[in-house]
Design a protein around this ligand. Structure first.
Ligand code: CA
Length: 269
């Protein structure tokens, strides 16, 4: 189901009239045999099927400009042959991604709208076809759930929504025994990304940076201070989103310096 629980069907449907207990649904949980606490659950995204329409919304007190929205607005956006048709005859290539993906937490109850160490509403555009996300398993079986697919979203998700769609997603799961990372890790064709969240972007930056410098120190076997310096040269800090209950930041580590496997090893020791 889309992030709005399929409650908005037309541009006259208003966000303030929907049942917010049905917002941000995640499909699951799926128990995976052979997965136990302390493992990394590797989820490779094989396919994300897009429907022919998506929904966008703005609402007062939401997004990166919360005080500037006078009233809510709903837009139905057409998706045709992989192209997003935005009002004003603006067209963009769809780049489907999964906004919410996670495993069960150890003890706490965390709403599916909140990103944290278990995954959740990270709204990170690299959770996309061909990439693999590694999630830290806290319960036997992992208990994987996902939802909140976007046909397109750029870094920030600044207005609070992206092209929200219902979707069929195909994933392949695998396990890395004993390699649960402290935060979700995404492997792309050319980089490894540590995805950290915090109450503020500053807090998320601190977490992402702390673990990335540890990866460089342990993975490359260099002094911590040198790893910190190297971080200034090869690590890109990027924003996933600034609009959810926790904010999410990415630290992107190029594969040419260190492999994803070495990063997972360094993170779990
Ligand atoms: Ca989301």
């Amino acid at each position: 189901m889309d992030a709005l629980g399929e409650q908005l069907k037309s541009e006259t449907d208003k966000l303030e009239n929907i049942d917010f207990s049905k917002v941000n649904p995640a499909t699951g949980p799926v128990k995976i045999n052979g997965v136990s606490k302390g493992d990394a659950l590797a989820v490779k995204i094989l396919d994300i099927k897009l429907p022919e329409t998506g929904i966008m919304v703005v609402a007062p007190n939401a997004g990166a400009l919360p005080e500037m929205v006078k009233e809510s607005k709903t837009r139905i956006v057409k998706i045709r042959n992989g192209i997003i048709h935005f009002p004003g005859n603006i067209r963009m290539e769809a780049k489907p991604m999964i906004g919410v993906i996670g495993v069960a937490t150890e003890k706490e109850e965390i709403p599916t709208g909140t990103p944290w160490k278990h995954g959740g509403n990270m709204d990170t555009k690299e959770v996309a076809i061909g990439n693999t996300i590694y999630l830290p398993v806290s319960q036997d079986g992992g208990l994987l759930a996902l939802g909140d697919v976007h046909a397109l979203q750029s870094d920030g998700e600044l207005c609070v929504s992206a092209v929200e769609v219902s979707s069929k997603v195909m994933v392949e799961v695998d396990v890395k025994k004993g390699m649960a990372p402290p935060w979700p890790v995404i492997e792309t064709s050319d980089s490894t990304i540590i995805v950290a969240s915090g109450k503020t972007v500053d807090e998320a930056v601190h977490e992402a940076t702390k673990w990335t410098v540890k990866v460089l120190e342990k993975g490359l076997n260099i002094p911590w201070e040198d790893a910190y310096m190297l971080g200034s040269l090869i690590i890109n800090l990027e924003i996933s989103q600034v609009v959810d209950p926790n904010k999410t930041v990415k630290a992107r580590i190029p594969k040419r310096y260190i492999s994803t496997e070495s990063i997972l090893q360094a993170l779990s020791t």
